[in-house]
Ligand binder design. Sequence first.
Ligand code: ADP
Ligand code: ZN
Ligand code: ZN
Length: 807
Amino acid sequence: MESPPAYCDVSLPVPMDHVFTYLLPETLRHRVQTGSRVLAPFGHRTLAGIVLRTHSEKPDAPARELLRLLEEEPALDEDLLKLGRWIAEYYCAPLGEVLRAMTPLAGDVRRGKIISLTPSGRDAARQLHLTDGAEDDPARAILQMLDARAMSASYLKQKVPRAAAVLRSLEKKGFIEAEDVAAERDPLRASAARLRAEFVKRPGEEKLPKSQRELLSYLELHPGSHNVAELEKAVASASTAARALARKDLAKLTLEAVGATLTPFRPPHDLNAHQQEAFDHIRAALAKKEFQTFLLEGVTGSGKTEVYLNAIDAALELGRSSLMLVPEIGLTPAVAGQFHHRFGDRVAILHSAFHDSERAQEWRRIRAGEARVVVATRSGVFAPVRNLGLIIVDEEHDQSYKQQETPRYHGRDVAIVRARDAGAAVVLGSATPSLESRYNTERGKYQRLLLPERVESRPLPKVEVIDMRQEFLETRKQATFSRALVDAVAERLDNHEQAMLLLNRRGFSSFMTCRACGARLECPNCSVTLTFHRRDRRMLCHYCNYSCRVPERCPTCDSDHIQFLGIGSERVEDELHGAFPRARIARIDRDTVGGKRDYETILAKFRDGEYDLLVGTQMIAKGHDIPNVTLVGIVSADTGLGLPDFRAAERTFQLLTQAAGRAGRGTQPGIVLMQTINPDHYAIVCAAEQNYEKFYAREIEFRRLMHYPPFAALANVIIRGSKEEEALERSASLGRLLNPAPEGVKILGPAAASLSKLKNEYRYQMLIKTPSRKRLTEVLRDVRRFAAQEKWNPTSLVIDVDPMTLL
Ligand code: ADP
Ligand code: ZN
Ligand code: ZN
């Protein structure tokens, strides 16, 4: 018989391209496989990594022994490993860090101590069996427990009084040893509020403690699943008891989808002609089981979701699973609820707001093939979906699909590669597709599907552009709201309709400046001004969260002529209160919304009519469908236009069009008032007309002329360091390395980044552009090799391939 492999190569989450070889302990030789998640010693640390292969080739240097296998079932199958390799190559990221990002279970590992008996400890324990002693002696209890098996320190501390002190003394005597390992989390640790329990069976011989007995009878008498937190009202200690019963397989615990119970059921609509035509194309691709990418371009309110739901149905009918990606902020209870109603138990929801253990549990359901419809934010693109037939990327233009830390992958693009390998269909949906995707339809890479009208022939909202320069000339007042906007808000309040007001800038005032010397108050850690937050009475940095008291005098010249300029969302809310004292006003931005739950709560209350007006940043512009909103006011359409970024116009157009699309989605038509000082800018003109085609035609010419994506592959290389000279010098040496630029490659910089200092690090930047993707990868590989040769600290080089922002 062939002997089992003695070694395995492991990819660890470290910023190096190395693979590390470990010796497999006897007990693991038959169990560790390609894709297994394991614990390995690394220097003085213990790291969780992924096994790339097992083999029997004796390495040159003696290999250390692997510590543990984390789960019997491999975390990544061959297909996902292949996808990981593609990401590492395309985004120039270390494979180990890519694989870690692909396995959410990584968060499942918790550091802890495992206690086991030493040989003399074992002798001592055996002796105890022979002697009588006080039954409640904690040392005795611990030794006896450990004689059965090694246990975690935290478990012993739960079970035995004064365990901590006893463990210390036993360790001193040499009876026990403690090993630092990562322990797996109990999947039942999810908060009781999110758990549902139901009856499975009565116990056999086993005697249960009172609370468990009571709960079990309650569950038996009340069939169906119950919210565990709610059960507390009926049965004392229900939450602890429920977990104990689940461990004994007497009750079943399941995770509740966020908000599944909050949303009213919406019956499926009959598709209208446009929806039907789009759906027919998608269904045909599903039936052929061939890879194909569609761009579903549908105006706001055209019913894209209904097309998705039908496509998922069709995939299920063909026996295939679906994965739907939504933007970070798009996974609201309304969305989750809709999917639950339609697909029931077959749905798994993966949300970054979930606890690790909750996510791990959903992950296992997906891997086991129980969940066949997965709705997820970015990292869900790695969910181990079985028999994948369809991937939907909703709001495909959304920036949150791009990860802003290593590995800096784009969820949409990874989805397409994954679908290609799986022979699945892809549907990218948006009212304002990214230039890249729209251009791909012209090149024949994607097929374009159009939903040109709102459902039930509802009109798109009427948009009026208000020139705030003219307003100033007429009123001689620098006002936040134009007269037209004030009138329009008043009218909504009178009619009991609702309005949304968008200003994509947080805080009360964007900066503080001195009228005597002109100084602006800047962040000491970053090259940006501090924003005035009135409620907190602080000056705050939006990049590093530095904050300080609001100075009364200019820190530079000590003058007291200081003023606050630039309006933020907090001030908009404040002025609205002033203008409409009786209106009920809510605000959504990162200062009012701590977690996802706050966001959902405010939004739900607004939908239920508990507020009249909703103020907010771009957080309010996305995807919501609130029928009673008949006015959207854009306080300033100009906030993003001035940014030194080639995507500034695109981003502005998308934000304004999406925001405008919130108006008039119900039976009442809506209007949009757009205040601007750039009324002739094409991004604003086209957004006001809600004319994507016109914007696209204009913007694509600009990109072509300037050799920007989609006409070039682009990477942003940032060199950063805590010492300015060092960062400067390193960027210069990279500049020399790439000078002259390789053929067909354009290099801009090195130059100080537009955010030249961030969190106390100085930043220099190089932009690399080339029509050839292959060339770009080669150049970046050289850059990484150079940095490694020069022994730069890995964090000092940031490579962002296909960057969404150049700041
Ligand atoms: P989009 O995502 O394209 O902006 P939604 O999918 O949110 O639009 O749909 C807008 C509204 O239209 C929703 O309330 C939805 O239930 C409804 N709807 C979808 N399809 C139809 C249809 N065929 N007939 C009537 N209403 C529909
Ligand atoms: Zn001053
Ligand atoms: Zn700062």
